[in-house]
Design a protein around this ligand. Sequence first.
Ligand code: ZN
Length: 432
Amino acid sequence: MHDFSSPAMTELMRELFPICRSISGDGVRETLRAIGKRVPLTTHEVPSGTPVLDWTVPKEWNIRDAWIKDATGRRVVDFNASNLHVVSYSTPVRARIRTSELKNHLFTLPDRPDWIPYRTSYYNEAWGFCVAHRTLAELSDAEYDVCIDSTLEDGALSYGETILQGESRQEVLFSCHICHPSLCNDNLAGISLAVALIKHLQSLPTLRYTYRFLFIPGTIGSITWLARNRDALARIKHGLVITCVGHGDKFTYKKSRRGDAEIDRIVEHVLAHSGEECEIQEFFPWGYDERQFCSPGFDLPVGCLMRAPHGTFPEYHTSADDLSFVTAETLAGSLACYQEVVATIEKNRTYLNQQPYGEPQLGKRGLYSAIGGDAKSAERQLTMLWLLNLSDGRHSLLDIAQRAGISFSEALDTARVLETHDLLRLVVDDPG
Ligand code: ZN
């Protein structure tokens, strides 16, 4: 496992955790600044009211403080204790109201009386508080003072973009959402992994593909990006939405809408040979931003690689999805998986057998003596035969690895041996 990045990932999560993010506003900007301190990042600001596909960039939301006070002036609910207490995008309010009416604006989780739920009201102007259920039970006064010191005004939608130029203009897209407040697995884990993956890519001597990372508010962010980048879309060869990568023992891969895109085959193959438990899901039209990238007009080859999916763990969208819910080891394992996917994307090339008439004589090239007589050598020999037979210019290394039932790295290592003996030659397939 490559765990060199796990302290950096954990540190970034801790820095971002207290910030109150939403789909727009200063919390998003502060988050982008923290990312931009670590990796090259371009921040875009799209004005409220801008039409984007069938949507409109909404008003910008900001919040300074919020509370519910009892008759003695004590804060029984305090935004400073948890930013989850305020329904995201709540309109401003300052009033003394009857407890019976206040309860219409309170959201709780009766099954989990100590947890605060996470709620939003983006496209419907309203206000509300999310509280632990036991707090609701303790509201015994006849009336309370409530205050949400927020603004909902024309401003901008902010998102960040990192581009790492490779040899080809063809792109690999990674996208993660940056719109949740203090929630770790569903949000901060993905951001932290994306930053670590950028650093990993920067450390590689060369990149075959160009890599584009999006740090965007969910739904409206991807819709805005798609509306503004239609010219770039044809260059996207592979894509993954990064989410929920910090908790759960097994991996889950949700395929692209196409279902048979190269990225689908790559991720399935990497997971199958990883030794990790995994589940492969067919595409469905909800979830994260893959639903926008995979809308039928775009139909981009974008899947979603996660661990336990959203909605399948009770801590999802509650205050229990905190810093203790994500472990450094789990996050490091997820990063290693993404790195393996990237390595496969970069190295999945096609070779051409230079001696295609009959089997080339391996013995006289020392390829038998080099491999001896044990079981592993016999496997290696079969791998050579698979590579020689299928390297007709129409099968990639991944095709051959799948057909031979071997790992991609085994196919790659063997191809390189055959290449040094002039039996295979790389097909020049510059993707453009
Ligand atoms: Zn979420």
